[in-house]
Every structure is written in structure tokens, then in C-alpha cells.
Design a protein around this ligand. Structure first.
Ligand code: 86X
Length: 514
């Protein structure tokens, strides 16, 4: 398992620095990671999310406490998504957490296969409920009876709703903070249209929004594409996704999905409308979701052996100011300079804070804020005050520069943009270096063993995908299709499927995945 030992970090090292602040650097801080990203990726991930104060492990398997440091990232993503979907005229709603068995079972095909993951409430106090109540694993069956009620004529369309909520899926395979947890947070969009064309258009608009969130905010490169028949949401018509890749574990990860449900649910739930000609017609539906999994992907891609590395656009604190009170320094002057610096930055909308705590040494603070991944650290010592400057250190590449106080705001803005850009470019280079184009089965097996993100010509047949899964089953999980990228490289005539030898229909990404 490459994702991080689910429930208890093998090394649940608490920061005991406060109790014991005066030993050598790693020991002194109590903050150092004991695992490296290259050495033991899974353990490293557990340590990073806990020591970085995003996650606290909880005494129910697969459930995690999202601490303020994680929630500040989620809140920033929420604000952005909210603003973008508002522009698309999508309305906010909230449906109940609980689902009756009747309603949940209504769409049998959709539930089949998922049933073991549904969590139930069977008791209140000491008395058994007459009818158990399920906790939503997703909200199709919760919402669509009301779509049926609310949609009468073509004037009621499109109906475009979104809700922010938690969902519960009682999974049994290796839980990993953010990536696979039994309860998680997401937005789920559910829309209904009069025509397939409108639905198709929205599917790609939402997917593009998700791509931008990954690439422009989380600085994580993704591929937009279509899922295979086997990997699509079985209840829908087709599924699109943004797929990320984690070079250190050699696994793909579905970043977010945008489904066209076609008319399957409309038929099940009788979501009909009267069109302009007065004829009854079925609606066309989509559903799409973006979850807290995205935070885990971001941590896995950018984190390093010093801890989290946060892209400026989603960092709750973008700049941390640390003063250096050397023994004979004028501490008041340092504190004032720090506060002035913070104010100047906050005044222009930069999220800056000063760490003025007197019971921690600067070295401890450096390690602490590095662990938390703050993009820029400003150091202010007596010499800086004398020269009317500050020293800025970048978290992404460790480089330090002095900047005159007179240029503070412009220079810091520029640096934050640079860090954001650089993080994306570095991540993209690393991702691209993992891509392996293959043509034959033998090449496929070699590339898989090398943890590559494999791009292969494929016949697009379900039987063949099943066969590949079976043949690659092992301790680390089987290989499967991730997506067929919208941007297809040229497929020369006569190219054969790497697995079946039949004529290839398309290029498809393959790999192990989360
Ligand atoms: C599939 C499909 C879809 C709305 C999305 O991906 C976007 C937002 N939903 C979700 N899915 C299930 O339908 C499902 C159903 C049950 Cl009962 C379950 F226990 C787990 C599930 N997992 C995924």
C-alpha cells in the first residue's frame, strides 16, 4: 500500500517541542520528519499531514479530524468554486443527510456494487428503529424525487443545483487521510436540461473549472479525459475526469469527476417535462463533484522532507514574519518592524502573519512554518532594520533574498506569483518525466514496474481492460485505465492495441491508482 498507513501513523510523533525546547535542531524542534518522501512515501505522507497540523488521527478507522490548517485550504477552494458556479447560474441547496431505504434502493443498478459501503442508522437510544435509515453516500436518490416534483414544463429547465456537504462511504480498503476516508466533504452539483447538447456543454465547462482549480490553485498538473466503460459511473451515460499522478507512489488519482447521466435517472425517477410543442420529454442530467481529496493530492505532489509545501493561492498564511531577537537587540523595534510589515502586506490582501511568540527560538519557528508549508518567510533582524530591508526565504526552493522595505509589497506579490508558477512547472516536469508511451505488452509491464504513467494505444474493449487487470494483479494493486485524454496524440493508421493486438481506437492512460 503506497498511500499512507490508514489509521494510525506508525510514528505518531507528537511535537513535544514546547515541553522540551532546547536540543539539537531536529530534536530541538521535535518537528523533523522521521521518514523521507523517497524512503517510505506512505509513512512520510502520514507524518506530513499530522505534523503539518492538517490532520489529527481519530479513534474511528478511516475518519480524520480536519484541523484549521486543512480547513483554511478547503475554504479558499469553496470560495472560488462558489464564485465560478454562481456565474453559471447554479443555485445552492441542502438536502438531508439521511436516506430512507426505499429511496436509496430506487435505482437498483446504481446501488449495486456500492451496497456494502452504505452506512445505516438502526437505533435511537435503546430502541431499534422500525425502519433503518441510510447515511448518504452520494445524493442522486435523495434529490431526484424532488427534481421530478419541481420540473413540470420547459420553463422549469434548466434546473441547476449544488450542495456542499459531507458524505459517508464505509470503505474497507486502506484508508488514507483526504485520499480515501469514510467521511469526506465535497460539493455535488446536480443539473437537469431539456437537451443533451446543453448537458454535454456543461460537462466540459465543469471539467475545465476543475482543471483550473488543480492547475492554477493547487499547482497540480492534471489530464482531462474520458473514463472507460468499466471505470465510468455505472448509473450514467459517460464520465469525464481530471486525473493527477503521484510520481513518488507511481499512482494515478482521479482528481474530480463530471458525469453526463443521460436519461437513466430521468427514467427511474420520472423526471419529465412538457416541451414547447406540449409533448412529454425526459430531462438530460449531469452530476459533478470536487472533494477534500484534492488537498491530499496537493500534499502528495508538493510536500518534501521538511513538510508541507503550499501553493500561495491556497495557503491560509502566505507570508510568515519572524523577528530575530539576538541578545542585545532592541526587541521592541523588531516587534514593531514585524507588525508594520504584516500590516503593509495585509493591507493589499496578502495573507501575512507575524510569529512573535517569545518562548520559541527563531530556528524552531523556521522549522515549524516550513513544516506547515508557508510559501514565504520574512526574517527581520537588527541589521535588516538598520538597512531598512527584510530578508525573504522561499519555501519551494529555499532561496533567500533581501528586499528594501520601500519595495516590500510589489516584491512580495511578485515572489508569491513566482512561487505559484514555479511549483506548477516543477510538478509538471516531474509528472511529464513519468509519462511513458508504450506500444507492446512487454513495454507495458516494464513501464508498470517502473511506476510510470503509461500512455498506450488501446482497442477500447472492456474484455481487454478486464484481462489487463487480472494479469497485473499483485500486492500493489492492478493496473487500470485512468482516462482517454481529450487531447489525443496522433494515432497512425495500423497502430495496434498494446494488450489485444487488435486495431487501436485511441490513446489511453494506464497505471495503478488510488
Ligand atoms: C458514484 C456518482 C456521482 C454525484 C459523482 O461522482 C458526482 C456527484 N454522484 C457517485 N458513487 C455512487 O453512486 C455510490 C453509491 C452508493 Cl450507494 C455508495 F455506497 C457509494 C457510491 N460511490 C460512488
Amino acid at each position: 500500500m503506497a498511500g499512507g498507513k490508514g489509521d494510525k501513523p506508525a510514528n505518531a510523533n507528537k511535537s513535544n517541542a514546547a515541553a522540551n525546547p532546547s536540543k539539537g535542531r531536529k530534536k530541538e524542534t521535535g518537528l523533523g520528519l522521521t521518514n523521507t518522501k523517497d524512503g517510505n512515501f506512505g509513512e512520510w505522507y502520514s507524518e506530513v499531514v499530522t505534523n503539518g497540523e492538517m490532520i489529527e488521527y481519530y479513534n474511528i478507522s478511516g475518519c480524520y479530524i480536519l484541523r484549521p490548517w486543512a480547513m483554511s485550504i478547503w475554504e479558499i477552494m469553496q470560495v472560488n468554486i462558489h464564485a465560478e458556479i454562481k456565474k453559471m447560474k447554479i443555485k445552492t441547496c441542502y438536502f438531508p443527510l439521511f436516506v430512507s431505504n426505499n429511496v436509496l434502493q430506487k435505482e437498483k443498478d446504481h446501488i449495486q456494487g456500492f451496497a456494502p459501503e452504505v452506512a445505516w442508522v438502526t437505533r435511537s437510544g435503546d430502541s431499534e428503529l422500525e425502519i433503518p435509515i441510510a447515511i448518504r453516500p452520494t445524493s442522486e436518490t435523495v434529490m431526484y424525487p424532488y427534481f421530478s416534483k419541481w420540473i413540470r414544463g420547459h420553463r422549469d429547465l434548466p434546473l441547476k443545483l449544488n450542495q456542499w456537504c459531507n458524505v459517508v462511504r464505509w470503505e474497507f480498503s486502506n484508508p488514507t487521510p483526504f485520499i480515501r476516508s469514510r467521511e469526506f466533504l465535497w460539493q455535488e452539483g446536480h443539473t437537469a436540461f431539456a437537451t443533451k447538447e446543453e448537458a454535454d456543454t456543461e460537462v466540459v465547462e465543469i471539467l475545465e473549472l476543475y482543471r483550473r482549480l488543480y492547475e492554477e490553485y493547487l499547482a497540480v498538473p492534471v489530464v482531462k479525459g474520458k473514463k472507460s466503460e468499466m471505470e465510468k459511473f455505472a448509473g450514467g451515460l459517460y464520465t469525464t475526469s481530471v486525473e493527477a499522478f503521484i510520481p513518488h507512489s507511481g499512482r494515478g488519482v482521479q482528481g474530480a469527476t463530471s458525469h453526463c447521466l443521460g436519461q437513466n435517472f430521468a427514467k427511474m425517477f420520472e423526471i419529465k417535462f412538457e416541451d414547447e410543442k406540449g409533448e412529454k420529454a425526459m430531462v438530460w442530467q449531469n452530476s459533478w463533484a470536487y472533494s477534500t481529496r484534492t488537498i491530499g493530492v496537493m500534499v502528495m505532489v508538493h510536500g518534501d522532507d521538511k513538510g508541507l509545501v503550499l501553493p500561495p493561492k491556497v495557503a491560509g498564511v502566505q507570508v510568515i514574519v519572524i523577528h530575530l531577537p539576538y541578545s542585545d537587540a532592541d526587541v521592541d523595534a523588531l516587534v514593531n518592524a514585524s507588525l508594520e510589515t504584516v500590516k503593509a502586506l495585509c493591507d493589499v490582501g496578502i495573507r501575512a502573519e507575524a510569529d512573535l511568540r517569545e518562548n520559541y527560538k527563531p530556528g524552531w519557528k523556521y522549522a515549524h512554518w516550513e513544516m506547515k508549508g508557508v510559501p514565504l518567510r520574512i526574517e527581520i533582524g537588527p541589521r535588516d532594520i538598520a538597512k531598512n530591508q527584510v530578508c525573504v526565504a522561499r519555501r519551494d526552493n529555499g532561496k533567500k533574498i533581501d528586499i528594501p522595505m520601500d519595495d516590500l509589497v510589489d516584491k512580495v506579490k511578485g515572489l508569491l506569483d513566482d512561487v505559484q508558477q514555479n511549483m506548477f512547472e516543477v510538478a509538471k516536469q516531474k509528472r511529464d518525466a513519468c509519462v511513458q508511451v508504450i506500444k507492446t505488452w512487454d513495454e507495458f509491464i516494464v513501464a508498470l514496474a517502473q511506476k510510470k504513467l503509461i500512455l498506450a494505444p488501446w482497442c477500447d474493449e472492456e474484455e481487454v481492460e478486464k484481462d489487463v487487470k487480472t494479469k497485473t494483479k499483485g500486492e500493489t494493486g492492478a493496473a487500470k485505465t485512468l482516462c482517454s485524454p481529450f487531447e489525443q496524440p496522433e494515432l497512425p493508421k495500423g497502430t495496434l492495441c498494446f494488450a489485444s493486438g487488435k486495431p487501436a481506437k485511441k490513446w489511453t492512460y494506464w497505471g495503478r491508482s488510488y
